[in-house]
Design a protein around this ligand. Structure first.
Ligand SMILES: Cc1cc2nc3c(=O)[nH]c(=O)nc-3n(C[C@H](O)[C@H](O)[C@H](O)COP(=O)(O)OP(=O)(O)OC[C@H]3O[C@@H](n4cnc5c(N)ncnc54)[C@H](O)[C@@H]3O)c2cc1C
Length: 387
């Protein structure tokens, strides 16, 4: 949906869709196979995306991107989200890391990593969650770091570190400030891939597939003092800066994935017959079409509203918190309805839906489970009424 966009931006959305059709959908089985083949396929697609002028569209121009504003970039991300790999193929996945590093990284880390994040599109990993404690309650995290001379020494175990085997570095959430109030006790510390003491312990399969989510141990890991991202104790404030837009863009990609499921569902309904009549003529099937259409459209409109507020500097936490919940639910239910329409075919790997079904479930847990956002949106609303 491109209303309100300029013609060149509309063209970018259309070209993104065409690129996915021509190059990406057919490569998804290779991309999901993992290992060297997946990496080689991704590199090839990234190189084609660069040649097509579709690379790093939302990164600022001064950092090597195309500088699309947030509202048009949101629409581009929706289109990229039609494939779970779109964010990586088009070099968009590093946008929030790049902005965070540019704003808070030392000269040394910017010099070492920033340019490669934009030009190579190699995505860093965030190492926050830990086994044995609630990821929804980051104050309970136990990984710690201390300064020894001019070096941080990090110890701890992290889980569900996405992309850990190929990332250029880990951003590790560490407790660093003993005796300080909890929210001011944590620091984000950058640990380059290959640093001594970093061990990939186990690739944790999710819903039956091992796809790059790792348990990672940090055992007396040493990095220079200026590898802290921002001032010590500022981890939550810095993480919060990137999370609002990060969640908005997650939701954009969920909208894209849901649209693709919707397209597949509608084509199938028109093609398939049961009991002597087209499935498209059956009212229970038409209800799926209506519900999916209404949910995708309303989620998109909320995402645009949130992006507009962020662009003019307004507080959009209420909109983004709401979007995180209704967007992830919408994605899951739309894909589920499409699977239902496809019958058993929808569950086989012969069609894209089964892979979409799996990733659609993830969104309700990562970046804060639904309940955490429901609670925080409700509290915010109730506070307004208490005045
Ligand atoms: C696909 C995927 C990728 C991920 N990638 C990363 C990554 O790259 N880096 C990283 O650090 N982590 C990552 N994670 C982990 C993710 O951030 C955590 O799973 C998430 O923060 C929730 O923490 P938890 O799993 O420990 O659940 P818990 O915190 O134990 O919560 C369990 C359940 O309790 C309920 N609950 C929690 N809090 C509340 C509340 N306040 N009120 C009511 N109910 C509540 C919810 O139903 C929740 O699902 C990833 C997870 C997934 C699924």
């Amino acid at each position: 949906m491109t209303s309100g966009l300029q013609q060149p931006e509309i063209d970018l959305v259309a070209r993104t869709g065409a690129f996915l059709e021509e190059h990406v959908y057919s490569a998804e089985p290779a991309l999901s196979s993992g290992g060297a083949e997946a990496q080689a396929t991704l590199r090839d697609l990234q190189s084609r995306a660069k040649d097509a002028g579709l690379w790093a569209l939302g990164h600022p121009t001064e950092l090597g991107g195309s500088g699309l504003g947030l509202v048009p970039f949101l629409t581009v991300q929706e289109e990229q989200g039609r494939s779970e790999y779109g964010n990586f193929v088009f070099g968009s996945a590093t946008r929030q890391d790049v902005l965070s590093l540019a704003a808070h990284g030392s000269d040394e880390v910017k010099e070492r990593f920033l340019d490669a994040l934009v030009t190579d599109g190699v995505t860093p990993s965030l190492a926050m969650t830990e086994p044995g404690v609630s990821g929804s309650d980051p104050l309970s995290l136990r990984t710690h770091a201390r300064l020894d001379g001019n070096e941080w020494v990090i110890n701890g175990l992290k889980s569900f570190v996405t992309g850990a085997e190929n990332s250029p570095y880990y951003t590790v959430m560490c407790r660093t400030e003993p005796g300080v109030a909890d929210r001011d006790a944590f620091t984000l510390i950058l640990v380059p891939q290959g640093t001594r003491g970093v061990r990939l312990i186990r690739e944790t399969p999710l819903l039956g597939l091992a796809r790059g989510h790792w348990e990672v141990e940090f055992d007396d890991v040493r990095v220079p003092g200026d590898y802290a991202i921002g001032e010590p104790g500022r981890a939550f404030a810095i993480a919060q800066e990137r999370l609002t837009v990060g969640r908005l863009l997650h939701a954009a990609r969920w909208i894209g994935l849901a649209r693709r499921a919707f397209d597949l569902m509608c084509v199938r309904l028109n093609e398939r017959s049961a009991g002597g009549a087209s499935l498209a003529k059956k009212q229970l099937m038409q209800q799926h079409v209506f519900e999916c259409h209404a949910e995708i459209l309303t989620t998109h409109l909320l995402a645009v509203e949130a992006a507009r507020k962020i662009e003019v500097g307004d507080d959009a936490r209420l909109e983004v918190g709401t979007l995180k919940v209704i967007g992830s639910r919408m994605q899951q239910i739309v894909v589920d309805r499409a699977v239902q329409v496809f019958g058993a075919d929808g569950l086989t790997d012969d069609f894209a839906l089964s892979a979409m079904y799996r990733v659609a479930r993830f969104g309700r847990i990562y970046d804060g489970p639904d309940e955490v956002h429901i609670e925080s949106v409700a509290k915010r609303l109730l506070r307004a009424y208490s005045k």
